[in-house]
Design a protein around this ligand. Structure first.
Ligand code: COA
Length: 434
């Protein structure tokens, strides 16, 4: 190979057919653009991969000498002490040399592979040589194209710019007569990426855990001691939805805000009558179960101040409309931040309607000292089979219940959920206290 200065002199003597472009840094890389018939060889160097990484180990080559590569084709995978990175080609052409073997250390800024560039795919052919010594320099201008100046490039470059939503007038072309090359677009993208990263200076923030979050921290930390038995089932809510729709057509129901919740609260209370161990607490010694006389059902509520669990007291005595009134009062208090201490105390069982936000499956966590909780997913219409094996649309909702497995066995929890389910699927049962 000719020493770089000789190559420089050689091209200088070609006269107008040779355009010499130098790197804007005072070293090593010089790109020589020549007229179309010269096959070019590029030393593709390992570029800066960020995080201050200067050296990497070659983990795997995806190419070998003689392979044809296109821009963005994977060349190799390198590993630093911080990350594993896949290096992709910036050129179209044929691999002429791999500079490292697997497990060798490669340095940033040093040649990785030599690529003979593809004359057809490139605007111009290019010879690039690497040399440690500085030579006569002529920096690339980094200013934008002049306004109104014609932008020259081949269609594939225009397509690339369009793909990345780049305004070609802001890219400096380094090709013949200022033509924009694929390489210029790639450089522009690299610069843009650096700017993106440097703009995002993210600071850590420390703040105390307080308010509802503090209460959640305590109850959930206590809950870690509880082995949760979680049981889930799909509940058909088509009839319940129809019932709600019908109520809304009645004069008494027109101004009523009546969601699924009052029905589930009533169904849970009815089922708790049958399985009172789920409406219980463990005493502090952990040796006694305290069966609670009242069904004080806590409703997990997403408020501006965080998760609150206000309680509807004595649900076993309330009608669905009374439950609904109390629920709406608590929702309003949550919205206005006006819960009283009584609103937030003495719960014996909890229902979380996370489905009001979205989602199908969940694993609810018991609020100590209670021993059980249920959570509802979002209802949705899905295809199911009827008794005659016809596919019909059915509105379903997934329910998950969790119980303290130290004192509640799986069969009890399953029976409790099935009792609740039956009432929701056949809502008239709600009024028969089943
Ligand atoms: N599936 C489908 N639709 C649902 C639904 C569900 N699971 N839950 C509520 N909806 C519908 C309601 O029917 C209502 O529609 P409509 O106006 O047509 O009747 C609408 O969504 C708004 O309901 P919402 O105002 O939320 O009332 P609600 O009585 O269903 O629920 C709360 C009240 C307080 C439970 C609820 O607002 C909430 O805060 N849920 C989040 C609970 C949470 O954060 N749990 C996680 C604890 S870790």
């Amino acid at each position: 190979m000719l020493p770089s200065r000789d190559i420089y002199t050689f091209f200088k003597h070609i006269g107008n057919s040779a355009k010499i472009i130098f790197s804007n840094k005072n070293h090593v890389v010089r790109n020589f653009y020549v007229s179309a018939n010269y096959a070019g060889q590029v030393s593709f160097k390992l570029s800066d991969i960020g995080e201050g990484i200067r050296e990497v180990t070659i983990k795997e080559w995806f190419v070998k000498v003689g392979d044809k590569v296109a821009q963005f084709d994977e060349i190799c995978e390198v590993q630093s002490d911080k990350a594993s990175v896949t290096i992709t080609s910036r050129y179209d052409g044929i691999i002429k040399k791999l500079h490292y073997k697997i497990d060798e250390m490669a340095s940033v800024g040093r040649p990785l592979v030599d690529i003979e560039t593809d004359a057809e795919g490139q605007e111009q052919e290019k010879v690039q040589v690497t040399n440690e010594e500085p030579v006569e320099e002529k920096p690339i201008e980094t200013s934008k194209n002049e306004p109104g100046m014609e932008v020259l490039c081949i269609p594939s470059v225009r397509r690339l710019a369009k793909e990345y939503k780049i305004d070609l007038s802001s890219v400096k072309g380094t090709g013949k007569a200022g033509r924009i090359l694929k390489e210029d677009i790639l450089k522009y993208l690299e610069k843009g990426a650096v700017h993106e990263v440097s703009r995002e200076v993210l600071h850590d923030k420390t703040e105390p855990i307080k308010g509802f979050q503090k209460a959640m921290f305590k109850t959930m930390t206590d809950a870690l001691k509880i082995p949760h038995f979680v049981y889930s089932d799909e509940i058909t809510v088509s009839k319940l939805s129809e019932l709600r729709r019908t109520i809304k057509t009645l004069p008494e129901g027109q101004d009523l805000k009546l969601s699924f919740m009052p029905f589930f609260i009533k169904a849970a209370s009815n089922a708790l009558q049958r399985y009172p161990v789920l409406n219980a607490t463990l005493d502090t010694s952990g040796e006694n179960i305290v069966y609670k006389g009242q069904h004080n059902i806590g409703i997990a509520m997403d408020t501006k101040a965080g998760l609150a669990v206000p309680v509807i007291k004595n649900v076993q005595k309330l009608t669905i409309i009374e439950i609904n009134n109390e629920l709406n009062r608590l929702i309003a208090s949550g919205r206005n931040g006006t819960f009283s201490p009584q609103d937030l105390s003495d719960g014996t069982f909890t229902i979380s309607n996370i489905g009001a936000i979205g989602g199908t499956y969940m694993k609810p966590i018991i609020m100590t000292p209670q021993v059980a909780i249920i959570a509802l997913g979002t209802s949705q219409v899905v295809p199911r089979f009827d008794d005659a094996n016809n596919v019909i649309p059915v509105e379903v909702l997934n329910l998950s219940g969790a119980a303290d497995h130290r004192i509640i066995d799986g069969a009890t929890m399953a029976r409790f959920v099935q009792t609740l389910k039956k009432q929701i699927q056949e809502p008239y049962l709600l009024f028969l206290n089943q």
